[in-house]
Ligand binder design. Structure first.
Ligand SMILES: Nc1ncnc2c1ncn2[C@@H]1O[C@H](COP(=O)(O)OP(=O)(O)OP(=O)(O)O)[C@@H](O)[C@H]1O
Ligand SMILES: [Mg+2]
Length: 409
C-alpha cells in the first residue's frame, strides 16, 4: 500500500499529454477539437511526496509550454485574429490578433486585451455543454467602426479559442445593396407618381378637353417619362460595365475624333448654356486602349456635368496630355461653383448628389460619376477629382496607351 508520503509504481504519477488541433471549417466556422489524451505510467520507482509534486509541476509546465507552442504554431498563419485562452488569460495570440489588439497581449488578462464588455462577459460564462461553439456579432473591437463576428469555442476545462472575423466590409456591401434598391425605387416612384397624377387629370373631361392644358401636361409627362427611361438606361449600363469588369477592352481608340463626336452629341446643351468647349491637345499621342462606346459615355458624363454645374457663358476645357508610365491623361475642367471637400470622396457612389434638389432640377439622378468610375476601373485607369469652391472642378482620368505589338517570330 502506498503511504501518505510515497507513491508506488501503480499509484505513481501519471501525466496526461494533451494534444489538440485547431481547424477552420470552410473558412466559416472555427472548430477547435481535442484530438487526444494519452496517459502513461511515469515511474517504477518510489518517490517521496515532495519529489513527486516537484516532478509533476515540472512535467505539467513542460506539457503546458508544449501546448502553447503548438497552439501558437497552428494559429500563426491564419489571417483572422485568433486567441487561445485559459482561465481568462491569453496563452497564445496569432500575429493578426497582436496587430489588432497590441503586441503585448500574450500572457495578459483577456479583459485588458479586448476591452470590450460584451465579448468579455460572454467569455467569462461557462460554456453550455450543448453549445460548445458560440457566435456573437459585436462592434468596436480595435476600432469603433469595425464589426466582428466572434466565435468562441470551448476546448476543455477553462480553455477557449476565440476567432474574430471582420464583417465590416460585408455589412457595408449589404447596406449599399439595400440603399441602392431603396434609392432606385425612390427615383422611379417620384416621376411615376407625377405621370399618374397627370393621367388622372387628363382623364377628367373638363381638363382633358382643353387643348392648352392637355398640351402642357403631355409635355410634362414626356419629361418625366424621359427621366425614368434615362434612369433605367443608366442602371442597365452600370450593371453591364460591372459585368465586364474582368475583361479589359483592347481596341485602340483615338481621343481626338472621339472628342469631335462628343462636341456634336453635346451641341444642344453647350448652346443652351452658352458654353464653349476648348480642346487642349498637348501633342503627346492621343490613342488609348479602350472601349470606344464606353469612353464616349465617360466623356459625355464629365462634359455634361461641367456644363450643368459650371457657369453659363464660360469655357469648358478638355486637355489631353502624357501621364507617364504608358498612360494618357484627360482632364475635364469647368469654371463653376466647385464642390466642397467633404463631398469629394462620395461623388462616385450611386445616387450621391451634393445638392439633390438642384441636380434633380437639371435632370440628374446621381449615377453619372458612378458610371465614370466603373468605366475607368474596367479600363485599368485612374480617376482623380479636384475642386475648389467658387473656382471650379477638374476631373482627371488616366488611361493606358495600347500595348506595343510584339514582333512576329
Ligand atoms: N463639375 C461639377 N461641378 C460641381 N458639382 C459637380 C460636378 N460634377 C458633379 N458634381 C456634383 O456631383 C454630383 C454627382 O454627379 P453625377 O454626375 O454622378 O450625378 P448627376 O449629375 O446628379 O446625375 P446624372 O449624371 O446621373 O444625370 C452632382 O449631383 C453634383 O452635385
Ligand atoms: Mg452627371
Amino acid at each position: 500500500m502506498a503511504g501518505p508520503n510515497s507513491y508506488r509504481p501503480l499509484a505513481g504519477a501519471a501525466i496526461l499529454l494533451v494534444a489538440f488541433g485547431v481547424a477552420l471549417l470552410s473558412g466559416e466556422l472555427l472548430l477547435a477539437t481535442l484530438i487526444g489524451a494519452l496517459g502513461g505510467a511515469l515511474a517504477t520507482i518510489t518517490l517521496s511526496s515532495a519529489t513527486f509534486m516537484s516532478v509533476r509541476r515540472t512535467a505539467h509546465q513542460a506539457q503546458q509550454n508544449g501546448l502553447e507552442e503548438m497552439a501558437a504554431e497552428v494559429i500563426a498563419p491564419l489571417d483572422d485574429p485568433i486567441l487561445l485562452l485559459r482561465a481568462g488569460r491569453i496563452l497564445a495570440a496569432n500575429p493578426a490578433a497582436r496587430a489588432l489588439l497590441g503586441p503585448w497581449i500574450e500572457g495578459q488578462d483577456v479583459r485588458l486585451a479586448l476591452r470590450h464588455p460584451a465579448t468579455v462577459e460572454r467569455l467569462s460564462r461557462s460554456a453550455a455543454p450543448a453549445a460548445p461553439v458560440e457566435q456573437i456579432e459585436v462592434a468596436g473591437i480595435g476600432h469603433a467602426e469595425r464589426k466582428w463576428l466572434v466565435t468562441i469555442a470551448s476546448i476543455s476545462g477553462e480553455m477557449r479559442l476565440v476567432h474574430l472575423r471582420d464583417r465590416s466590409a460585408a455589412l457595408a456591401a449589404e447596406r449599399m445593396r439595400v440603399d441602392f434598391v431603396a434609392n432606385a425605387s425612390h427615383e422611379l416612384r417620384t416621376p411615376l407618381a407625377t405621370v399618374l397624377g397627370f393621367i388622372e387629370t387628363l382623364a377628367d373631361d373638363s381638363a382633358g378637353s382643353d387643348a392648352e392644358i392637355r398640351g402642357r401636361f403631355l409635355g410634362l409627362m414626356h419629361g418625366e417619362a424621359k427621366r425614368m427611361q434615362q434612369l433605367i438606361e443608366d442602371l442597365m449600363s452600370l450593371s453591364r460595365i460591372e459585368a465586364e469588369r474582368f475583361s479589359p477592352p483592347r481596341e485602340p481608340v483615338d481621343l481626338v475624333p472621339l472628342i469631335d463626336e462628343l462636341r456634336t452629341a453635346c451641341g444642344q446643351i453647350l448652346l443652351d448654356r452658352r458654353n464653349r468647349l476648348v480642346v487642349e491637345n498637348l501633342g503627346s499621342g492621343t490613342v488609348v486602349q479602350g472601349d470606344r462606346g464606353q469612353l464616349l459615355q465617360l466623356l459625355r458624363n464629365l462634359l455634361v456635368n461641367a456644363v450643368k454645374y459650371g457657369r453659363p457663358d464660360s469655357d469648358v476645357t478638355v486637355r489631353i496630355e502624357d501621364d507617364g508610365d504608358g498612360a494618357v491623361r484627360i482632364t475635364v475642367s469647368d469654371r463653376g461653383g466647385g464642390i466642397a471637400a467633404e463631398h469629394l470622396p462620395r461623388l462616385t457612389e450611386r445616387f450621391y448628389r451634393v445638392d439633390a434638389g438642384r441636380s434633380r432640377a437639371v435632370g440628374g439622378t446621381g449615377l453619372g460619376l458612378a458610371i465614370v468610375k466603373h468605366i475607368v476601373t474596367r479600363h485599368k485607369g485612374s480617376l482623380d477629382i479636384r475642386s475648389t469652391v467658387g473656382e471650379g472642378t477638374s476631373i482627371r482620368i488616366s488611361l493606358p496607351r495600347p500595348e506595343p505589338v510584339q514582333p512576329g517570330p
